[in-house]
Design a protein around this ligand. Structure first.
Ligand code: ZN
Length: 121
């Protein structure tokens, strides 16, 4: 059981780093979020796994839970930043954080699917 948990943790970590979840030696993506058809080292077939909208939903969920408390905290200060600053900073920060996190979430989703397939067979 412990070995299985460590194995899942390793796969999720490799997926988060955008590396092959099985071997960790090759990159997962051909471009921004376009998966390679298979791993060049361990020959794991990535094409049979579909992450669909899951990574986007999780990215929105995580980014929202980071951004909203920060906005609420800043607005609760006695002297919050000017609204002009906030109207430019928060959308830009949200966009950058989402663009950074989306491929990592896709890697995590793929790693989880590969782990489920490995443990079910
Ligand atoms: Zn591999």
């Amino acid at each position: 059981m412990r070995n299985r948990k460590n194995n899942l943790r390793n796969k999720l970590g490799r997926g988060f780093l955008k590396l092959c979840p099985v071997c960790g030696k090759t990159k997962l993506f051909d471009s921004y979020v376009k998966l390679k058809p298979r791993c060049n080292k361990c020959k794991t077939n990535f094409a049979k796994f579909k992450t669909d909208d899951g990574p986007a939903y999780c990215t929105i969920f995580v980014v929202g839970h980071i951004i909203i408390p920060m906005i609420v905290f800043l607005e609760s200060l006695d002297n919050p930043p000017p609204i002009e600053f906030q109207l430019t900073f928060w959308p830009a920060f949200t966009t950058i954080l989402s663009i950074w996190l989306l491929p990592k979430m896709k890697g995590v989703f793929l790693a989880f699917q590969i782990n489920v397939r490995d443990t079910s067979s």
